[in-house]
Design a protein around this ligand. Structure first.
Ligand code: ADP
Length: 543
């Protein structure tokens, strides 16, 4: 280009005033500060999910903005941008902001570690290791000790711990807390009582081993069920109305009242339990006093109940049953010693004393027999017994008694040589009581039929009399201990009220039972059902 043209262009530029203008120092400083501020603010905002990507994106975007902005103002605005100070500020601010963020994250982590440490000290130990409350040292599994910070979490000038310390402490604490949680879980599962834990709505979230055994359900079937429905079902109760269940739930969760009542679980082999329900109440700062769920325990009191019943029986025996014969003995012996009594009356009185003393003795013996059998303290000696022979042996003793009352005993053995596995002595005791009753409770000139037959794998020994009979109201009670049908308690039919109770216990111990049918003034039929020994099962098959 010729020199004159260059000069003309210069003059033109001067005349039009188109110059590149440098920014002032203060404006450059302002832009640099703005860049640093943008870095801090944008990095502060780039948090949460994909944090690293967001941060890189934010920094790259900001750098691109600075570069493009500078180019733009240079090319079109005729301004020389303060690129160097702005870039220097960007480069210094970015790592500093990142450092600040990582420091606050580090302090946050230390605070969480402090919380875990506090929990570690307060929660149940797993029985193996425990952080001593006055020590600030965490003992790691390796045996190494870490000193725990004492000045966090609220100290103003707190300098966070290094990453290695944190990862060690976190590793130790999480392992330790998991161990403890597992230990508590195992401890709850091992509780002998039934333990059910429900959430606030009453849905089962935990059931221990005993619960699975008593309800006869696997854990997966129990979990998620409604606790009240489960208890109702176990009790065989027609389900309570929903309102009733809701009312109980509210009583537990809102009023935080506890509930205690007795329930019976199971149909045939029923057991008694005390059911206790209460609210699980939070004790952390954030949930102190709040209901977190409900807890139900069932404690087995069956044995306790049975003991109580035995105790009551003993009291009844001593207070009522033993007193009657004792009073007779006492009264008559007093008369005999203090007064002159005619020889005939004297003989009668002595006879009564003897009868009553015998009654007293048999009452005590029978009662002891029953309690021993019930408690399983009396060994049963099972052996093959030929029933017909046993019956003959008993009748040999009882027939004279029947003959005395002019009662005929008819033997009618449909089977012959039937064997059952039984304790001969106990079986004889049972049959003597039943046949003895038939004689005792029958008027003269009647007959008693004794029959044996087989039905459905069971042997039936039927003793039918034509005696006084038992009324329909009294019939269900005759197997109770000490129960005697009232109208027949004459001296002629002395008894203890224990014979049938003992007979029933013996039948049950042999895997059988006794049934009774009766019609007043027509007669009674007692049937003993016993399992047949396997070798004569075929005789019981219907032909
Ligand atoms: P007890 O010592 O009074 O005979 P049990 O337990 O043997 O006691 O019988 C209970 C009651 O059942 C008797 O008191 C009697 O009233 C009634 N009982 C039992 N067997 C007969 C029978 N064969 N006929 C009428 N009543 C009977």
């Amino acid at each position: 280009m010729p020199g004159v043209e260059i000069l003309a262009n210069e003059i033109n530029t001067i005349l039009r005033g188109r110059f590149y203008q440098p920014v002032s120092d203060s404006a450059a400083a302002l832009f640099a500060a703005l860049a640093a501020l943008a870095v801090i603010i944008l990095l502060g905002l780039a948090q949460g999910k994909y944090e690293a990507m967001k941060q890189i994106g934010v920094l790259a975007g900001l750098l691109a903005l600075i570069l493009f902005g500078s180019y733009f103002v240079f090319a079109y605005g005729f301004i020389v941008p303060p690129l160097v100070p702005v870039l220097a500020s960007f480069i210094v601010a970015a790592p500093l902001a990142l450092l600040r963020r990582s420091l606050s994250a580090s302090v946050y982590l230390d605070e969480r570690i402090a919380e875990l440490l506090a929990a570690e000290r307060r929660l149940f130990t797993n029985g193996r290791k425990r952080l001593s409350p006055d020590s600030n040292r965490l003992r790691l599994d390796t045996g190494e000790e870490l000193e725990s910070p004492t000045n966090f979490p609220t100290d103003k000038f707190y300098l966070p711990r290094g990453l290695e310390w944190k990862s060690d402490a976190l590793g130790f604490l999480s392992r330790d807390l998991i161990n403890r949680a597992v230990f508590v879980d195992s401890a709850l599962r091992s509780i002998e009582d039934v333990l059910l834990i429900g959430d606030r709505d009453g849905q089962i979230i935990f059931a221990n081993r005993s619960a699975r055994r008593i309800f006869n359900l696997p854990e997966r079937k129990l979990l998620g069920r409604n606790i009240f429905e489960q208890l109702n079902e176990a009790e065989n109760k027609i389900a309570d109305s929903t309102e009733e269940a809701e009312e109980t739930l509210a009583q537990l969760t809102i009023d935080q009242n506890s509930i205690e009542r007795e329930i019976t679980v199971g149909k045939n082999d029923s057991r008694s339990f005390v059911l206790r329900m209460a609210a699980v109440v939070g004790r952390n700062e954030n949930d102190a006093g709040e209901t977190l769920g409900i807890i139900a325990t069932l404690s087995d009191i069956t044995q306790h109940r049975e003991l109580q019943k035995t105790k009551n029986d003993v009291i009844a025996l001593v207070t009522h049953e033993l007193r009657t014969p004792l009073t007779a003995i006492q009264g008559m012996s007093e008369v005999l010693t203090e007064h002159a009594v005619e020889p005939e009356s004297q003989r009668k009185m002595l006879l009564t004393i003897n009868t009553e003393a015998k009654r007293l003795a048999s009452m005590i013996n029978e009662y002891l027999d029953i309690t021993r059998l019930e408690a399983g303290a009396q060994a049963i000696n099972f052996a093959p017994i030929v029933v017909e022979s046993l019956l003959e042996r008993i009748l040999l003793m009882l027939e004279p008694l029947a003959a005395k009352r002019e009662i005929k005993i008819v033997h009618c053995y449909l089977l012959n040589h039937t064997t059952v596995s039984a304790d001969a002595e106990r079986l004889a005791q049972m049959l003597t009581n039943i046949v003895g009753n038939a004689i005792k409770y029958s008027p003269p000139h009647t007959s008693i039929t004794i029959e044996t037959r087989a039905s459905g794998g069971m042997l039936e020994i039927i003793v039918a009399d034509e005696g006084f009979g038992i009324s329909a109201e009294q019939l269900p009670r005759i197997f109770e201990k000490f129960y005697r049908a009232p109208q027949r308690q004459t001296t002629e039919t002395t008894g203890t009220g224990l014979g049938l109770a003992l007979a029933r216990e013996i039948a049950e111990l042999h895997g059988g039972y006794i049934s009774a049918e009766s019609e007043p003034n027509k007669g009674s039929t007692f049937t003993v059902h016993l399992p047949l020994a396997p070798e004569n099962r075929e005789i019981s098959r219907p032909s």
